[in-house]
Each structure stands twice: as C-alpha cells, then as structure tokens.
Design a protein around this ligand. Sequence first.
Ligand code: SF4
Length: 76
Amino acid sequence: MEINSREFRNKEITVTYNPVLCCLSGICAKELSSVFRNSVIPWVDIDGATNEKIMSQVKKCPSGALQCFRNKKKVA
Ligand code: SF4
C-alpha cells in the first residue's frame, strides 16, 4: 500500500525513495520492472515481487535514493 509518493509499504517492508538523490541510472526499472515502473503512478508497486527480491534490488541502487527496511512489529 502506498503511504505517500515517496514511501511504499506492505505488511513486512517499506521502501523509501528520495528523488533528490536519484541519479536516474534506471537500474531499478531495468532489473525489476514489475516493481519499479516507468510511466505508472505510483511508480513503485510494493507487491510486484517478493520482499527478498525487492530488498536485493534496492541494495543495487547506486545513489542511495532507494532505501528499504523491515517494518517494526506492533507491540501490543
Ligand atoms: S536505481 Fe536508484 S538511482 Fe537508479 S533510477 Fe532507480 S532509484 Fe534512481
């Protein structure tokens, strides 16, 4: 589920995007186009691949514009 245009969350992970840092390498869209989509809003489909694939792809972002973390579990 999209929280806002720069934060994308499902039940287990959150991906954040900082457009100021993005160097437009296109690596994310080329390598995992089911999640990082051109010309589609929202451009990140957080349910477009497994969490593991998404986290692996985010690690390849050369600029650090994409970040990913596991959601904290609610305590009581
Ligand atoms: S991989 Fe990172 S730097 Fe490259 S287009 Fe995607 S978000 Fe931007």
